[in-house]
Design a binder for this molecule. Structure first.
Ligand code: ADP
Ligand code: MG
Length: 478
């Protein structure tokens, strides 16, 4: 049974009970009123007629008085009967319901006997009691009146019940069934994953409060769904990074093995080519070939050395080092190379910046960056080393922290976004074969990682690049 039906039935039961009780009381009261009215009329008629008989009897005798009563009786309406009972000396006139002697009738009297209701008014002729005027009526008339009244009451009750049923049903559908259906539809939609907080109930009642709560729930569910999606994406990212690191480790192991294998034959080739070159009996074309072999072997030896640096497990020996001192050393060491390429290499605003680091590894990292910068510059270019501090999060991190920095800025070729995105890949190089190995930046990155730091890059094509080494600020306790 639906809620609306239940409400309607409950409502109806209450209405039927109330109306029935009310009508019963009404009917009871009306019946009492009716009887009182009837008695009053009967008494009026009886006493008036008794007076008339008392007036008439001395002049026209008992006969005349009886005649008067009979005339009045004939003019009566409906069931009403008027008689003079217990007339002295007359046994022929109708007897009263009881013997007049037992009645006594000292005062007007109303009584119900058998099937009629009687009222008696005493008659006194010449000071002596001379019977009574009896007015009687059957209660049938009263019954008819009561039935009519009862029918009317039932009709009224039925009409009221019908009206209220319709009203209860219509209101129930409008106020309860309709909003409940909307809430149910929304609950199903939520089940299907549609989380728009779009349910609108115009009424201002408990159901509209439920709708508001449902909208709030949808909003919260939507937020948690977004949060879950974000976390899933972050997990995927982390897995992808792990895979990448795994690939790098494999490449490292491969490279290391290869470098070891290549090292010895390369040494042999170089030594043999050296012997051919030293042999004065060999022809000039042969000596030229030997020279080419030596140049190529040297390039390969350089690559093998870098591969070993990249792949070898490093032990980092931390000690107090200063980035400013390191910057000056690197400028001194690479000054001749810069002069050769006609590039200005200098330090700028280098302040004392102590860090805890492996000085040898850090110098190697800084030299890689400076050599790259020198290569990127044309004649007349500038490469500048600067030390400083930064407050920034790690790449892929969220909480910013303090760093000691040393940057290498150049006004050389700069990089396209694609090149910039690829430079951390081992063996990625834009330089011609034999010149670049594509290991410089991966080596810098892995050295910094071993120190708990990182490398950041800013670059604009044709304007220059800035590579910045970030190292954790030396703690006071260290
Ligand atoms: N300062 C710079 N300016 C422009 N491009 C650079 C700079 N440093 C590095 N690159 C780019 O990054 C690439 C990779 O550098 P690196 O890993 O040192 O390998 P390699 O120097 O052997 O090419 C370079 O080939 C170059 O394209
Ligand atoms: Mg390089």
């Amino acid at each position: 049974m639906t809620l609306v039906t239940r409400l309607t039935v409950g409502f109806l039961i209450v209405v039927i009970c109330t109306i029935s009780l009310h009508e019963y009381r009404q009917l009871d009261q009306a019946q009492g009123d009716f009887e009182r009215d009837m008695d009053r009329t009967h008494l009026l008629v009886a006493t008036t007629l008794a007076d008339a008989v008392e007036q008439v009897a001395p002049h026209e005798g008992i006969e005349g008085a009886l005649q008067t009563v009979e005339v009045t009786n004939q003019r009566r309406h409906g069931d009403l009967r008027i008689r003079w009972v217990c007339v002295p000396g007359r046994l022929d006139v109708p007897l009263p319901p009881r013997a007049c002697a037992t009645l006594g009738v000292p005062e007007p009297l109303t009584t119900t006997e058998q099937t009629r209701r009687f009222t008696l008014a005493p008659v006194h002729i010449a000071g002596a009691w001379s019977g009574a005027i009896e007015v009687s009526e059957s209660p049938d008339h009263e019954g008819q009146w009561a039935r009519a009244h009862f029918n009317q009451a039932v009709l009224l009750a039925l009409m009221t019940i019908f009206g209220m049923t319709v009203a209860a049903f219509v209101l129930g559908v409008w106020l309860v069934a309709r909003p409940t259906r909307a809430l149910m539809d929304k609950a199903r939609a939520v089940g299907r994953g549609e989380l728009e907080p779009d349910i609108q109930l115009t009424s201002d009642d408990e159901l509209s409060e439920v709708a508001d709560e449902m909208n709030a729930m949808c909003r919260q569910l939507g937020q948690s769904r977004e949060e879950t999606a974000r976390q899933a994406a972050a997990r995927l990212d982390a897995v992808e990074q792990l895979r990448h690191a795994d690939r790098l480790a494999t490449v490292g192991r491969l490279a290391s093995g290869l470098a070891h294998e290549l090292g010895t034959p390369l040494n042999v080739i170089e030594a043999r080519a050296g012997l051919i070159l030293e042999d004065s009996s060999s022809e000039p074309p042969v000596q030229n070939s030997a020279r080419v072999i030596i140049t190529c072997t040297e390039q390969m030896t350089k690559l093998v050395r870098q591969l070993l640096v990249f792949a070898r497990p490093r032990t980092v020996e931390l000690s107090s080092t200063s980035l400013d001192g390191l910057a000056h050393t690197v400028v001194d060491l690479l000054g001749p190379l810069a002069a050769l390429r006609k590039v200005t290499l200098a330090t700028a605003s280098v302040t004392p910046t102590p860090v805890r680091a492996d000085g040898v590894l850090l110098q190697q990292a800084l030299m890689n960056l400076v050599v790259n910068a020198l290569h990127a510059c044309r004649e007349g270019g500038h490469v500048t080393l600067t030390t400083g501090h930064a407050h920034a999060p790690k790449p892929n991190g969220t909480t910013p922290q303090d760093w000691s920095t040393v940057s290498v800025a150049d006004d050389g070729s700069g990089m396209t976004p694609e090149v910039k995105a690829a430079i951390f890949e081992p063996f990625f190089t834009t330089r011609s074969a034999g010149e670049g190995t594509g290991l410089g930046i991966p080596i810098v990155a892995s050295i910094l990682e071993d120190h708990g730091g990182f490398l950041s890059v800013e670059s604009t094509l044709n304007q220059g690049s800035t590579f910045t080494i970030h190292l954790p600020v030396e703690s006071k306790a260290a």
